[in-house]
Design a protein around this ligand. Structure first.
Ligand SMILES: Nc1ncnc2c1ncn2[C@@H]1O[C@H](COP(=O)(O)OP(=O)(O)OP(=O)(O)O)[C@@H](O)[C@H]1O
Ligand SMILES: [Mg+2]
Length: 579
C-alpha cells in the first residue's frame, strides 16, 4: 500500500495529462465495441433484407472505428510515455539526491555495484513499465470493460458465462503473479550482486593481474551467473505456465459461448446476429484479458525494482538541512573529550581526544598507523558524529549548524586522492569553478605543478584518466593540493598530502605551502616528522589517545614516543644523505 501511495505521489503533479490520457483510452475503448455490433447488424438486417447499399456504410463504419481506436490509443500512449519519463527522471534524481545526503557510514557498508544497479537497471525496469506496460494495461482494462458492457446489453447470460470463464483464468494468473514478484525480488538482488562483482573486478584489474587472480575472478563470476541462470529458468517456466493456461482458455471460451448462445437462438431468445456479435466480442474481450494477465505478471516483476528504488527515498539524512548556516569562520577550533567508534564496531577509535587551536595556527598530527588521525579529521568535517564530546568552531557547536556551510570553508587533501576522468583544469577548478587563470597558476605553483603542466602537450586540457590513473601517485597528490589551495579556504587540512612526493619535491612544496600558510589555520597529518617540524603545536595520536603534545623541540626534550620516532627517521635521513 505504501508502494502505491509513494507512486501516486510521484504521478500527482501530472494529473491533468493522466486524465487526458485516460479520456483518450475511454474513447478508444468505445470504438472497439462498434465492429462486432455492426457484424450482428449484417447478419440480422442487412443480409436477410438484401440491403446491398448499406454494405459500403458497414465497411466504412468498421474502418473508421478501427482508425479512431488506433488514433486515440496512440495519443494515450504518447501522453503516458511522456509522463512516465518525467516521473522516472524525478524518481532517479530523488534517489540520487538522497544518496548524496545520507551519512558516510552508508557508503562503507553498501556495495557500490548495488547502488549503481538501483539507479540504472532498477530505474530502467520501472521505465519499461511506464512506457509500454501501464499504458497498454489501461487500454486493455478499458476495452475489456467496454466489451463486457456491450455483451451484457446484447444478451446478459452470455456475458455472465464469459465473465466466469475469464475469472477462472485470471485467478491462477494473479496467484502466479505473487510468486513471480517474490522470485523477481531475489533475481534483482542476484543481478545487483553480479553487477557489483563485475564492476569491482574491472576496477581492480591492476590488482587482479599483479596477484594473478584472473581465474579466480572468472570462477566467482561463473558461480554467480550459474546460480542466477538456474533461478531465472524457474521464473521463466512459471511465466510460460501462465501463457499455456491462456491458450487453453482461448479454445474453451468460444465453445462455451457457442453452446449458451446457440441454445438461446434455438429458444428464440436472441437473434442469430446477436450470437454473431457476441462471438465477435470474444477476441476484443479475450485478448485484452489475456494480455492483462500477462502484464499483471510483468508489473509484479517490476514491483521489486520499484521497492529497491523507494528504499533510497527513506535513507536517513546526514544532518538537518534547515539548521542555520555558519557564517565566515575565523578558524578557532576546540575539540573536547571526543569519543567515537565506527557504526557496528565495538572498539573506540577515538578515546577522549581534545585539541585546541587558534585561528592562524599550524597544527601537526603524527602517530602510529591506525591511531585515529584520519578519523579525527572526518569528525572535524562533520562526516561522522561523535558518541561523546564536542567540536567547536569559533566557540560554536559544529553540530548545531548546517555542516555544508562549514565544509565550504575548508580545503582538504585527504589520504586518497580522488580525481575525475576529466581535464586537469576541471579537476583543479572542482572546488571553485570561477577561479581566474592567474589564481589557478598560483595554486599550481604552490603545489609544485607548474613544470609538470608546462611539459604536457595539452597542458591544462590534459585528460587525467579514470580516477586520475594516467598521473603518477605524486602528481595526483599535487593536483589535489592545488585543488584545495585554490578554494582559498579559511581552514586547510592536509592528511598525508605530500607522502607520495620525493624528499626534494616535498621540501619545495612545503616551503611554498608555508608562504601560503601564515594567517591560515592549517592541520597537517604526516608520518614523516620533518613535514610538521615547524608547526606551532604537534599532537601525537596513539591508539585513539593524545599521547604527547607540544612543539617539535618540546616533544624532543620529552624523550618519549615522538623522540623515538624522530630518531628512527632521523637516522634514516642521515643514511640517505650519506649515500
Ligand atoms: N570506515 C571505517 N569503518 C570501520 N572502521 C574504520 C573505518 N575507517 C577506519 N577504521 C578503523 O579506525 C581506526 C583508525 O583509522 P584511521 O584511518 O583514523 O587511522 P590513521 O591514524 O589515519 O592511520 P594512517 O596513519 O594509517 O592513515 C583503524 O583501526 C581502522 O581500522
Ligand atoms: Mg589516515
Amino acid at each position: 500500500m505504501k508502494l502505491l501511495s509513494v507512486t501516486l505521489k510521484h504521478f500527482k503533479p501530472y494529473w491533468r495529462g493522466l486524465l487526458l490520457a485516460f479520456g483518450c483510452s475511454l474513447i478508444g475503448g468505445a470504438f472497439t465495441v462498434i465492429p462486432p455490433i455492426l457484424a450482428g447488424k449484417l447478419v440480422d438486417e442487412i443480409l436477410p433484407n438484401k440491403m446491398t447499399d448499406m454494405m459500403g456504410w458497414l465497411v466504412a463504419g468498421v474502418f473508421f472505428a478501427f482508425l479512431f481506436k488506433i488514433v486515440f490509443e496512440s495519443l494515450q500512449e504518447f501522453i503516458q510515455v511522456q509522463i512516465g519519463l518525467d516521473v522516472i527522471t524525478d524518481m532517479q534524481l530523488r534517489a540520487f539526491g538522497r544518496l548524496h545526503k545520507t551519512p558516510m557510514s552508508f557508503f562503507t557498508t553498501t556495495p557500490r555495484g548495488d547502488m549503481l544497479y538501483r539507479l540504472t537497471h532498477d530505474v530502467e525496469a520501472v521505465q519499461n513499465l511506464n512506457n509500454t506496460v501501464i499504458p497498454r494495461f489501461i487500454q486493455q482494462v478499458v476495452s475489456a470493460v467496454a466489451a463486457f458492457i456491450a455483451v451484457f446489453a446484447l444478451y446478459w447470460p452470455v456475458a455472465i458465462v464469459m465473465f466466469a470463464v475469464f475469472a477462472i483464468y485470471l485467478y491462477p494468473s494473479f496467484k502466479l503473479g505473487r510468486t513471480m514478484r517474490k522470485m523477481s525480488a531475489v533475481q534483482r538482488d542476484m543481478s545487483a550482486d553480479i553487477y557489483h562483482h563485475l564492476q569491482e573486478s574491472i576496477e581492480s584489474t591492476r590488482l587482479v593481474r599483479t596477484f594473478q587472480t584472473q581465474n579466480r575472478e572468472v570462477q566467482t563470476q561463473d558461480k554467480k551467473l550459474t546460480a542466477w541462470k538456474n533461478f531465472s529458468i524457474r521464473a521463466a517456466l512459471i511465466g510460460k505456465v501462465n501463457w499455456r493456461l491462456g491458450n487453453l482458455f482461448n479454445i474453451a471460451t468460444p465453445g462455451v459461448v457457442m453452446v449458451v448462445g446457440g441454445l438461446a437462438v434455438w429458444n428464440h431468445s436472441i437473434s442469430v446476429g446477436t450470437l454473431v456479435a457476441c462471438l465477435g466480442f470474444i477476441p476484443t474481450m479475450f485478448f485484452p484479458i489475456r494480455s492483462l494477465a500477462e502484464n499483471a505478471l510483468v508489473i509484479q516483476q517490476a514491483i521489486p525494482a520499484l521497492q529497491r528504488i523507494y528504499e533510497y527515498f527513506d535513507l536517513p539524512v546526514e544532518h538537518e538541512e534547515n539548521l542555520p548556516k555558519m557564517g565566515d569562520i575565523r578558524g578557532d577550533i576546540k575539540v573536547d573529550d571526543l569519543w567515537f567508534r565506527y557504526p557496528d564496531k565495538e572498539e573506540y577509535v577515538l578515546k577522549g581526544v581534545s585539541l585546541t587551536m587558534e585561528a592562524g595556527q599550524h597544527i601537526g598530527i603524527v602517530g602510529t598507523s591506525g591511531g585515529g588521525k584520519s578519523t579525527l579529521i572526518q569528525l572535524l568535517l562533520g562526516l561522522y558524529e561523535p558518541e561523546k564530546g564536542r567540536i567547536e568552531i569559533d566557540q560554536q557547536n559544529l553540530f548545531a549548524y548546517n555542516r555544508n556551510s562549514f565544509r565550504q570553508q575548508v580545503g582538504v587533501v585527504s589520504q586518497e586522492t580522488f580525481l575525475l576522468n576529466n581535464t586537469l583544469r576541471m579537476n583543479l577548478l572542482y572546488g571553485r569553478k570561477n577561479a581566474t587563470q592567474n589564481e589557478l597558476e598560483r595554486a599550481c605553483e604552490a603545489a609544485g605543478l607548474t613544470d609538470f603542466i608546462a611539459a604536457l602537450p595539452e597542458g591544462y586540457e590534459t585528460i587525467v584518466g579514470e580516477r586520475g590513473l594516467k598521473l603518477s601517485g605524486g602528481q595526483r597528490q599535487r593536483v589535489a593540493l592545488a585543488r584545495a589551495i585554490l578554494r582559498h579556504p579559511a581552514l586547510l587540512i592536509f592528511d598525508e598530502a605530500t607522502s607520495s612526493l620525493d624528499g626534494e619535491t616535498e621540501e619545495r612544496v612545503q616551503s611554498a605551502l608555508e608562504s601560503l600558510i601564515p594567517g591560515r589555520t592549517t592541520i597537517t597529518i604526516a608520518h614523516r616528522l620533518v613535514t610538521v617540524r615547524d608547526a606551532d603545536k604537534i599532537l601525537l595520536l596513539d591508539k585513539g589517545v593524545v599521547a604527547e603534545e607540544g612543539t617539535h623541540d618540546e616533544l624532543l626534550s620529552l624523550k618519549g614516543q615522538y623522540y623515538q620516532l624522530y630518531m628512527a627517521q632521523y637516522s634514516e635521513l642521515e643514511k640517505e644523505r650519506a649515500i
